[in-house]
Design a protein around this ligand. Sequence first.
Ligand SMILES: C[S@@+](CC[C@H](N)C(=O)[O-])C[C@H]1O[C@@H](n2cnc3c(N)ncnc32)[C@H](O)[C@@H]1O
Length: 374
Amino acid sequence: MPNHQPSPEPTLSDHLRRLIQVSGPLTIDRYMAEALGNPKFGYYTTQNPIGAAGDFITAPEVSQIFGELIGLWCAETWQSLGSPSPLHWVEIGPGRGTLMRDALRAAGALRAFRDCANVHLVETSPVLRECQREALPDIDVAWHDHFHQVPHGSTIVVANELFDALPIHQFERTIRGWRERMVDLDTGGDGFRFVLGPVSAAFALVPEALREAPIGSVAEVSPASVSLMRNIAERVKHYGGAALVVDYGSLESRPRDTLQAVIDHGTHDVLIAPGSADLCAHVDFASLTQTAQKSGADVWGPVLQGEFLEELGIHTRASQLKRAATADQAEEIDTAVERLTEPGQMGTLFKVMAIGSPGMRAPVGFAQSNSQTS
Ligand SMILES: C[S@@+](CC[C@H](N)C(=O)[O-])C[C@H]1O[C@@H](n2cnc3c(N)ncnc32)[C@H](O)[C@@H]1O
């Protein structure tokens, strides 16, 4: 009798297995890009993973104050740029749209800014675009797949927890020199394992100083991050504008393996069930800084997120909100502010950097930080 059982739905693992069978082990960059962004099976493409009920919580979801302060930062930076009109106000990787919703409410206080700012969201996930549409029902938004599709002109860019989601390559120093970490099928052919292979062209991005790291060291580079930062910096240099990047990561490039998978607020094996876990890596702020400077933009920071939010007035805003709050709500506000600012929590793990047109004065939040020019 022929078997008429329907074959099980293919998964991202099936797709990756076929890719490896056909073309050999995948660079981690390719594995990450497929796991997060595959049009049919990717982690971000198929679901909304952000929030208490999802896999992780981001700063805009911790408190409305985060987005409000960033909205005010954008309005104030626009004024210090000479109030260019029209302005492209861009968020890249806007998640559920919460940051932009809160930023728009706060920036609405500066009528002239709101009147000239056209909102652009750069988002690859159709599911998250739908969340953004719901979060911003009355706003005229232009969505784009890529930052370079935003029309030319003066631009202010915000990117919170975007760069950590952009794919990386990993290289390992062995007794035979540097080799690239890749993902291959395991011996049974069902699961995946790491193997080493010849280095790809991305190795050129590993800083000279890191190449002398001890045997066993892992170096990470992100061509996707470098390319996006170059695009942002060239735009603000050419058309005027600024960008604010918030993410977790290190101030210096150093050898380390920071690739991790996150499910349900905890870490998970990177190679198990790709497509159902968030894959992310620490952001190399030194590399972003050098890239922006080489493209001719000025850079401020990175500063610690806690210091940045304090300089922007997080405690004053929290006090305002608490005046109209119940005792329970006031406690929630205090807990959220601690989470965003305290050392050991997001206050020191997360860093903030600004990129701006050459010669621009230090944006608010970076008073203690010298501008770094190329
Ligand atoms: C970790 S979430 C952060 C979301 C939001 N910024 C927040 O703070 O809640 C990463 C976001 O970047 C988007 N994303 C990932 N890769 C992207 C890319 N190459 N271009 C634009 N957006 C991307 C995801 O779909 C998601 O919206």
